[in-house]
Write a protein that binds this ligand. Sequence first.
Ligand SMILES: *Cc1c(COP(=O)(O)O)cnc(C)c1O
Length: 395
Amino acid sequence: MSQILKDYLNTQLTELKDNGLYNEIDVVEGENGPVISIDGQELINLSSNNYLGLATDEDLKQAAKEAVDSHGVGAGAVRTINGTLDLHKELEDTLAEFKGTEAVIAFTSGFNANQGAIPAIMKKGDAILSDELNHASIIDGCRLSGAKIIRVNHSDMDDLRKKAKEATESGEYNKVMFITDGVFSMDGDVALLPEIVEIAKEFDLITYVDDAHGSGVMGKGAGTVKHFGLEKEVDMQMGTLSKAIGVVGGYVAGSQELIDYLKVAGRPFLFSTALTPADTKAITEAVRKIMASTELHDKLWENGDYLKAGLKNLGFDIGHSETPITPVIIGEEKLTQEFSKRLKEEGVYAKSIVFPTVPRGTGRVRNMPTAAHTKEMLDDALKIYEKVGKELGII
Ligand SMILES: *Cc1c(COP(=O)(O)O)cnc(C)c1O
């Protein structure tokens, strides 16, 4: 091993560990459902993004098995060479119907979708107005584009209007985009899309909404953009197939011209092998299920509301979430980590989220109830929350 590499890794790892920022990754034994097993211990799982419980759904498993039988295990190539299977076309047509747009392009992950779509449209000489709480994959996609990045205060419409006006009137930029999460994953708040669309119209901004945490959750399942009825107004709707949809992959939905162009200009689409047949068929099944019935969506919200009310009644600070994402805000980083650790020892798996993922002093334990949780599981979790909260003097 190179000595320089060895020294570099040692320095980095030591520094991270000294600052309490090194993350030991737990191994989940078996499926990632509402109850999981780690080191032989059964835990009520409030840490997944598996909102609708589809990651372990029997119909999706069956769809994946059938696809393996009919199409094998791999797509064989990137989409543009000969990796576009009939299953991929079926998926993209189904997603377009789901999103209410003319067309969709699928990528192998949501991260990839942002790496592909943002730099395909935005270039050096352009400007991107970006909400300060946007996801890391958006930030990286913006950096990769070479466009000027202008941070906008979180959900601050006056700041957006001011910066949109400055950027467009300066004459310095060829195009200006505003990019935002639809649902912000750390606080569970929703982007102010009607106001955003108004401002975008006034200054002819390109609008891009990353709805990773909105699909399956908002708009009776179809996402935040459809929740506000803005499918025709938002230019680019990006989403992931790994959270509420339960599998893996990402996509961008929009006009036919947009998708035609991304299929020739989105680099991860051009240079990374297509989704596997099993994934593709399972995703299509998931989307059809969500379109056919709101049962899972309704259960998710019922569970989310139940957990929120329970935690609030116990005296916890649950922030201002408008979705099932339920942060319990503790504040101090060390106490937040201790709280999460004690919850785990007592049987609840809810991860601590601290600086730099969230601002200093706003450490929290984030809870993601799903449609697969039962009332009994949530009641057990609340009892454990009460015990640990009192023990650590938080409530
Ligand atoms: C999770 C997430 C992504 C990445 O999606 P993957 O499919 O997991 O790669 C992108 N954007 C946001 C806002 C996310 O929360």
